[in-house]
Design a binder for this molecule. Sequence first.
Ligand SMILES: [Zn+2]
Length: 276
Amino acid sequence: MVLNMKVKIGIIISLIFILNLIVISKYYSKPQTTFKEQKNIFAQEKYYLEKNLDRYNSYYATHPDLKIKDIIAIVNVDADKKAYENNQKADVNKGNLILVNKYNYLEENYTPANLMNMSTKFAYQDKQTIVEVNEAFINMYNAALKDGVNFYITSAYRSFTYQKELYAKYLLNYGEDYTNTISARPGFSEHQTGLALDILSEHVQMSEFVNTKAYKWLKENSYKYGFILRYPENKSYITGYAFEPWHYRYLGEEIALKVYQENITYDEYYAYYLAN
Ligand SMILES: [Zn+2]
């Protein structure tokens, strides 16, 4: 009887011990889904913005396979929202640093100050840009020539009206989905700022420009003259545009260097350092 009692107590203690083990192991193997833990995952990332935490969480919930750093980039630039439908007026007070994309637009009557005609020595007929951009481009052009590299401008400032015609032409030829990856709606084009240039090589198709010496040179050197490659390869989920090796955006030397060094898109740079 006494022995039986000891056996019973032994069995009960063992059961309690096993139950404890089960509870403890379940607790520690639980996936990290609590609010507090998710916040910590995001907060460790460089471009984390506290104000976007709720949006990081909801985007993560519907896109669990994405990298945390990509979720942060997407939300920071508003790409978790539908393009063109969640937009605001671009902040024209930012001057050369103005952000124009599928979420920040310019009004129909916006025309940059200090527009001038570019020389046909390096630009197609009737190309206009801002005086400061023209000077920076000439410096870049001359430096490239010294390295045996030549290029010319096919597109610079584009008015709202011109962009409207261009977008309509693309729509007619390609339909809306594809057009939206290659052309901006009127008001949403960076070319309306006067700060964007399309640069190509002579006798080279746009689709072949990526393979040229000129593209390689621009990619490695344009920041020294204040320009950045605006729609880089594999970044269309952030910029909303397919890779455009020919499209350069003037920011001035200081900021162009920073964007180049951090190796992020201008949309991301603006959201993190310049918005607000
Ligand atoms: Zn362009």
